[in-house]
Write a protein of this length. Sequence first.
Length: 593
Amino acid sequence: MEQEQTRKYKDSTIIKRLSHFAKPYKFGFVLALFLTIILVVIDLIPPFIQGEIVGILDNKEILNQEKLNLSLIYIGVFVVIALIGAFINYYNSMLLQKLGQKILSKIRHDVFCHIEELSIAQINALPVGRLVTRVTSDTATLNDFFSNVLVNFIKYILTIIFVLIVMFIISIKLTLMLLCVLPVLVIVTFIFRKNSRNAYRNVRRDVSAVNSFLSENISGMKVTQIFNQEEKKYLEFKEKNNQLKKSSIKEILVFGIFQPTIYVLYVLCEVIVIYNGVNLIAANKLLSKNFVKFYGYINSFFTPIQQLAELFNQMQQAFASTEKILGILDTQKQVLDKDGAIEIDKFSGKIVFDHVWFAYNSDNWILKDVSFTVLPKQTAAFVGATGAGKTTILALIVRNYDIQKGHIYLDDIDIMDIKIESLRKHIGQMLQDVFMFSGSIESNITLRDERFTRDDVIDAVKYVNADRFISKLPNGYDHKVLERGSNFSAGERQLISFARTVIHKPNIMILDEATANIDTETEVLIQSSLEKMMNIGTMLIVAHRLSTVQHADKIIVLKKGEIVEEGTHQELLKKKGMYYNLYEIQYKHMEKQ
């Protein structure tokens, strides 16, 4: 995932991938291109009409009334064509905007779904702010590409080609003089293209850095204020903000140099054409009306070139953002369904670890040859010092990570042979840090799953004893939950998470440090809930408080990734080993209290 920051793509690759996004809307773009060609042709008519009017007025053989009538006809044609062009341009613009928004919606959908399917390790490798930037800011930058750049780029190229053809027809000499400037134009464009891409890459990088910093520090503002670190964080933000400012100024500078350069070339061409055109007219080698036409087409030639400069600007922005988006989409998922993986309707709850080895990093084994069996409906508890591998065992069962050696079986089926969605559907997890979404209590319990009714919610809440505090709230189950559930205590959030698990009726339940940092009164409620929940299915518990695990059917004691003891509470106390020592330490601590 870290490679996403520096991964670069060729322009041809980016264009190919962007065209893939637009492929479902191919008909719409073909229609837009057809309308664009009509607009190009319409844009060629005004200079021609202007030249013809000049020719009519300059022709002394035509009577004044005839001149006036013919001129009015040309003017009428000009007005009609202008109105038709305005209508086509409006319809074409609306069509492209709608196509652009549909494509952006599809890209945001694809990026978000891909992030959802990444492993926990991959998601943790990037700050949340950077991922948010990919889904929102970077995709928004592509709007101009699909609604403006893509079709208009073709329009301006066609305009330049058509105008050159008309110019050659009018005067080969003047056209060749005009093209003398073309090599300089190509060199300037090439230099701009190279420098602008780097400038836009740096801007997107620094935008991501600012967003990541804000996401992390606004979420952790409480800690910042407690330790009086506001000044330090302000200086850190100031540094990142200044870096973004510098990158943005460099980006503006690159475009600020390119556009005036194009304008200077335009003025130079005008001078060349006027000087040589006047000489050709004086020598009777060029009609005045053709000179007027040619002069009008100079503007038609350079206007799209100047517009192309702006399109290059938008294109480089889009390409830089596309690189970032593709960096996410091209990240290979680390945890995947195996070919031929099966769906499981229900688990009885038998869990077997067979000589399991696992490491987050290849040089540091967290679990070393771990083997144990938990029978259906049994409650197994894992205890040990911090870093012993307790939480890792639970994470491996739901395939947040994949093991390097050994096998994990559920109901005698290797979990690698079970579809991830099917596996997780039957496992309920209750973690120490309960995450609550903005919304209501009910939506946090059902997770907005419409299969569950209010009665289902009430039954689940009563089952885990959460009704004791929910019934006292002003709006009951519709009570508003603030971001991360900040308006509830840790114990209340934990009871809500219990209800969230129970309502989904899992066959296996995982409880990871759910009783840590909870007051005694709430712990009594939680203990009562746990006793009920043990009857639902197989339960795996990780807890430092041994009072939570002493009623378990099996207690597994871990030390540095290895199982050192296994048995019931009473059996382990009789052994007077590591579990006994842990119990003695906690018991003496409780006596002192």
